[in-house]
Design a binder for this molecule. Structure first.
Ligand code: NAD
Length: 486
């Protein structure tokens, strides 16, 4: 496949332009399908971080005072430009992450554009309330928070930048976005397009770096909010640092989500849901349903048909649109997944299919299905963040609800049944922020997305995200003489 040049103009995008400072430590960008270095960026130095913070703080004041209709128009223009450049951006997403082009053409820039369009439309609709107290009254105004920081995971670099940037900008904030050091390329394009669409300089800055750069941004007194997509341990650190300084936080963290397949489920749909919820993006999706509980009456049929369906996996160069399954995004993650598989075998799991690292360049792991599992096994309890589906069996509804909820996580859950009463009864008892009935992992921009318990706090997307990027100012209006004791 002909591979385009992935090297960005410069490492950072700050104050409306590409910025370079080679004094920062280099970060090599690896094409995960082959292990080749395809670009190099540099970590943000103190000077770059300062430029990002100062320009964001300056630009935000004027942006907050801009007619929301104009703010919305900028975001909607950017959405249109992203759609027009979908193929180019999807190729970049594939180079950055290794996800197949077949996937990125429909799931990444497209989802980013959806968020920009959705929040662009809502920008004019940030409303307050009013209340009467006799002759006096009070009203509320929703005000932007100021300078917000977005910190991304590696799996959806375009989408995460847009899901955080769009509601922040629609409500009058500035955003400084730090992509994952594993996938630094795509957010730069989002910044470039926003400026081309008319976003004033300084409002969406992208700075590169590892955790320390994220930490420096989180700790700066000019920052009012931090929105992180990442693992639970990082979430604890970032939320701790931010909330210690009374900053707002949104935490989109990891999960170990259940999919419940009842005996009356449409088997093909349930298998499709389990495939999408375990092998899309080679399993590197936070909301994946990695604990698949199948009713014991249909468990054998489920496993047999699942193994047939996995014959349809096509591996190869992710830029080839016939390929539907890619590598892990990083070598380090591939090592983590292989360690989990080793432990699973030691603890007695049966490998139904996959379980191996492929003998080729790049970080490839075959889609893996495990069976003969118990709920206390490591692979059933911990987030693997790779293409590993754990299939467990159950006998009755109360039992499976209790087992599905027996986790510290609470990001997502899914269930497959034709019984609508059971569907709603069960879903109401699942401890998860985002649930699907007879579907899995679809996340339109108009639907709140996020986790409960250790999986996070706050929600992305939908009108709710606007609330999370604003705060309420209450104004009491006195209409009569002021009474005082003396
Ligand atoms: P990670 O936690 O290692 O890193 C996430 C980001 O945090 C990176 O940009 C990293 O540089 C930064 N970071 C690390 N330490 C920091 C610190 N002390 N201060 C500030 N920033 C810091 O996560 P990852 O390995 O990139 O991504 C995988 C994880 O993300 C998985 O657990 C997955 O479930 C989760 N995830 C969650 C969602 C969601 O929406 N809930 C989406 C995608 C991924």
């Amino acid at each position: 496949m002909n591979r385009p040049n992935a090297q960005p103009v410069a490492s950072h995008f700050v104050d409306g332009a590409y910025v370079e400072d080679t004094a920062g430590a280099p970060i090599e960008v690896i094409y995960p399908a082959t292990g080749e270095v395809i670009a190099t960026v540099h970590e943000a130095t103190e000077a770059v971080i300062e430029q990002a913070l100062a320009s964001a703080a300056r630009a935000q004041v004027a942006w907050a005072a801009t007619d929301p209709a104009e703010r919305g128009r900028v975001l909607k223009r950017a959405a249109g430009m992203i759609r027009a450049r979908n193929r180019e951006l999807s190729v970049l997403e594939t180079l950055d992450t290794g996800k197949p082009l077949q996937e990125t053409l429909v799931a990444d820039a497209a989802s980013g554009a959806d968020a920009l369009e959705y929040f662009g439309g809502l920008a004019v609709d940030v409303t307050g309330t009013s209340m009467q107290f006799g002759g006096d009254w009070a009203y509320t105004i929703r005000r932007p928070l100021g300078v917000c920081v977005g910190i991304g995971a590696w799996n959806y670099p375009t989408q995460i930048a847009c899901w955080k940037g769009a509601p922040a900008l629609a409500t009058g904030n500035a955003m400084i976005f730090k992509p994952s050091e594993a996938t630094p390329l795509c957010a730069l394009k989002v910044a470039e397009i926003l400026v081309e669409a008319g976003l004033p300089a300084g409002l969406f800055n992208v700075v590169q770096g590892r955790g320390a750069v994220g930490g420096a941004l989180t700790g700066d007194a000019r920052v009012a909010k931090v929105s992180l997509t990442g693992s639970v341990p990082t979430g604890r650190k970032v939320a701790g640092a931010a909330s210690g300084a009374m900053k707002h936080v949104t935490m989109e963290l990891g999960g170990k989500s259940p999919i419940l397949v009842f005996e009356d489920a449409d088997l093909e749909d349930a298998i499709s849901g389990a495939i999408n919820g375990n092998f899309y993006s080679s399993g590197q999706i936070c909301s994946n349903g990695t604990r698949v509980f199948v009713h014991e009456d249909i468990a054998e049929a489920f496993l047999t048909r699942l193994a047939d369906r996995l014959e349809g996996v096509v591996m190869g160069d992710p830029l080839d649109e016939a390929v539907n399954y890619g590598p892990m995004t990083t070598e380090a993650q591939a090592d983590i997944v292989m360690r989990y598989l080793q432990v699973a075998r030691t603890e007695g799991a049966r490998v139904v299919t996959g379980g191996t690292r492929l003998d080729r360049e790049g970080a490839w792991i075959a889609p893996t299905v495990l069976a003969d599992l118990t709920d206390d096994m490591t692979v059933v309890r911990e987030e693997v963040f790779g293409p590993v589906m754990s299939v467990l069996t159950f006998r009755d509804e109360d039992e499976v609800i209790a087992r599905a909820n027996a986790t510290q996580f609470g990001l997502s859950a899914g269930l497959f049944t034709r019984d609508i009463t059971r569907a709603h009864r069960v879903v109401a008892q699942l401890m998860a922020g985002t649930c699907w009935i007879n579907q899995y992992n679809l996340t339109p921009a108009g639907m709140p997305f996020g986790g409960s318990r250790q999986s996070g706090i706050g929600r992305e997307n939908a009108r709710m995200a606007m609330d999370h990027f604003t705060e309420v100012q209450t104004v009491y209006v006195g209409m009569s003489k002021v009474e005082a004791a003396f």
